[in-house]
Design a protein around this ligand. Sequence first.
Ligand SMILES: C[S@@+](CC[C@H](N)C(=O)[O-])C[C@H]1O[C@@H](n2cnc3c(N)ncnc32)[C@H](O)[C@@H]1O
Length: 262
Amino acid sequence: MSDVHPTARDGFQQGAHYDLHRPSYTDEIVKYTISRLLHTNNEGVKYTVLELGAGTGLFTRKMLQNLPREVTYLATDPSVGFLSVLREHSPDVTTAVCQATQIPLPDSSVENILCAQCFHWFATEAALQEMTRVLVPGGRIMLLYNNKLYKSVQWMTQMEAILDEYYDHTPRKFSGQWRETMESSPLVRFVEHKFMDGLPDMKGDKNFVVDHFTSISVIAKLTGTEFEGAVKKFHRILDEHFPGEDDIVMPLDSEFYCVEKC
Ligand SMILES: C[S@@+](CC[C@H](N)C(=O)[O-])C[C@H]1O[C@@H](n2cnc3c(N)ncnc32)[C@H](O)[C@@H]1O
């Protein structure tokens, strides 16, 4: 049975479009994540890193570029289309199609679970139960996020207001519900939470910015006139704020959050 939210199922299909228009991750957060990985000599460990919701591998490929080759890494996602893009970029990494509530690994076989830009999609006690099942005692769960700084510039605030029209009750990182799940669970204990500078070069022309917004699941899942209507609304805002200007910067920060298995 699939626990994947219908909006994630339908909105995370077009891997190539997503991969081209979503931010990668800063060297700083990648190196920091690597410095926080738990390494044990426990018997039965199969993977140092299990990445859930790895998608097209934007975070995976940065990690793999920076990790020693001997680190065992399993990249997973429920979207077959997204994982196929990940495999094109990182043909040597082991992958599996799976959702957070059904991980095809034995108990206590993973030292660290990484979730980049995705934990809010499966922030439930059931998923934490499954994640902590596969973790070794004291094993870590690290969440990474690129946050668009919607409140920092007026045009981004207006783009966010359009997105709001489509979100309804769809899980959203900004709701903070992911954090409540973590902090109310008896299965994990808090380790750390920090913000860092984001990528400075998430920028492009108006089409690039609109393509970024159409890669967001609640828009990507739309079809026909509904999709075209959303695209027009995004363009209208950009035309108003950037007449004749085609080098638009999307301000971001990076967020790192870590818990460990109790
Ligand atoms: C915004 S994308 C992030 C992808 C990638 N980590 C990145 O940084 O670009 C969210 C990902 O979460 C995955 N996802 C959604 N529901 C999930 C679930 N229940 N279990 C595991 N992954 C899930 C989606 O398929 C999608 O690839």
